[in-house]
Design a protein around this ligand. Structure first.
Ligand code: ADE
Length: 418
């Protein structure tokens, strides 16, 4: 079998971790059971480009149980869990191409290796496989019936491709499902980002000032968790509605120019580039800690930080301390890549259960419906999204009320008023 992982001797440790994650992924387990019976992916070749984590391993096992010929590569050079990659190869027989810390060249070689089986389906986190197929491997496009996309940044790229009429197959936007972004982006990013910061630095959060750039679902999650840990949270925004929401949620809101000298920690989750720039790094306090939890590492202007600095030292694993020419030190976590995956383990499995249930059912939807679909970005069908919330509640042992007949009638009527 073709594969490229760091160290096969890590495979048994990886297997135990995959099983540990599986224990809190009841929805995916149910889907896997059904897929085993129904074999929806029989004869389907699927290339997945996702963060190679314990949760992703469970998704890969689910697709394979459904009959798919799956290959996996990393969606970020720093997010791979090497023991998980080894376990997927040895224990699951899934060709995996991912090594934590791989350089950009290897990253794209791994994408090439993963698509070498000529996929029918793409499953992306950030749209790198879709983009690669459309730019470098157009010869493979004719086999592809559709794809799924995990994250906000990937969906933005795909919508741009669809608007420009260059997208050659339909893609399901998993990120748009309520059971994805309301939970994964908010609670997943909230917890795993704080986890990444704490694991990398071992600094005390309470009493500190933490600046969050961006108040989308991820920003809300981080701001809420940081406040819960006792931080004074400042939010920066460019959208007046989100800025207003942050104010009414009780956070201080101000431009980055004003926040830069105040923060002890900075986290970017905007999806845009150069959110923290040279002038901001230059204004920071001695000891400031900066990281990014958005998909790409462009949110921080790292070249500007390098330029301002006279010295760079790796002071801890995942922590590069820059000494600026003004004498102050600014520490960058995880090379500015997704801090929650670079210095921690990404979102906990219980939340990825819903995201990956959407991936699995989105892929099944494509296989069943691709002939009817246009070359566009589609949401996860609402009935699938609802069903996932139902199954998740059931998996957590939580029951909810049912409408009475009288309530159903009331909701359907317009006659009954004051
Ligand atoms: N994205 C964020 N957290 C993740 C995880 N644990 N697995 C896969 N993708 C993720």
């Amino acid at each position: 079998m073709d594969y490229d992982v760091k160290d096969m001797s890590l495979a048994d440790q990886g297997k135990l971790k995959i099983e540990w994650a599986e224990a809190t992924m009841p929805v995916l387990r149910l889907i896997r059971k059904r897929f085993e019976r129904e074999q929806p992916f029989k004869g389907i070749r699927a290339t997945a480009c996702l963060h190679v984590t314990t949760e992703t391993a469970n998704l890969m096992k689910t697709l394979k149980a459904g009959g798919a010929d799956v290959r996996l590569c990393a969606s970020n050079p720093l997010s791979t869990q090497d023991d998980v990659a080894a376990a997927l190869v040895r224990h699951e027989g899934i060709p995996t191409f991912a090594v934590k810390g791989e350089d950009n060249k290897t990253y794209y070689q791994h994408i090439e290796s993963a698509i070498a089986h000529k996929p029918h389906l793409s499953m992306d986190d950030g749209a790198d496989v879709v983009s690669h197929l459309h730019s470098k491997r157009k010869d493979l496009l004719r086999n592809v019936i559709g794809g799924t996309e995990e994250t906000t940044t990937g969906v933005i790229r795909l919508r741009s491709m669809a608007e420009k009429k260059v997208l050659k197959f339909p893609v399901i936007s998993v990120n748009d499902a309520d059971t994805k972004h309301m939970f994964d982006n908010r609670y997943g990013t909230g917890q795993s980002t704080m986890d990444g910061i704490v694991r990398a630095t071992n600094r005390l959060v309470c009493g500190s000032t933490l600046v969050v750039a961006g108040y989308g679902w991820c920003g809300r999650g981080i701001a809420t968790r940081a406040r819960g840990m006792g931080a004074n949270v400042i939010v920066t925004e460019i959208d007046p509605l989100k800025g207003l929401e942050a104010v009414m949620d009780g956070f201080r809101v101000m431009p980055m120019d004003e926040a830069a000298p105040l923060g002890d920690f900075f986290v970017t989750v905007t999806g845009n580039l150069k959110v923290i720039r040279g002038e901001h790094f230059a204004a920071m306090k001695d000891g400031a800690i900066v990281c990014n939890s958005g998909h790409f590492n462009v949110e921080l202007d790292i070249p500007a930080l390098e330029k301002l600095s006279k010295k760079k030292l790796a002071v801890r694993s995942g922590v590069d301390q820059y000494t600026l020419k003004n004498g102050r030190r600014v520490s960058l976590l995880g090379e500015g890549r997704l801090v929650n995956l670079a210095t921690a383990e990404g979102h906990p499995s219980s939340v990825m259960d819903m995201s990956f249930a959407n991936q699995a059912l989105g892929a099944e939807y494509i296989v069943k419906n691709y002939k009817k679909l246009e070359k566009k970005v589609y949401p996860v069908p609402a009935d699938i999204d609802k069903e996932i919330s139902r199954l998740k509640l059931a998996g957590m042992g939580v029951s909810i009320d049912k409408l009475t007949k009288e309530q159903v009638k009331y909701l359907a009527s317009w006659e009954m008023g004051t």
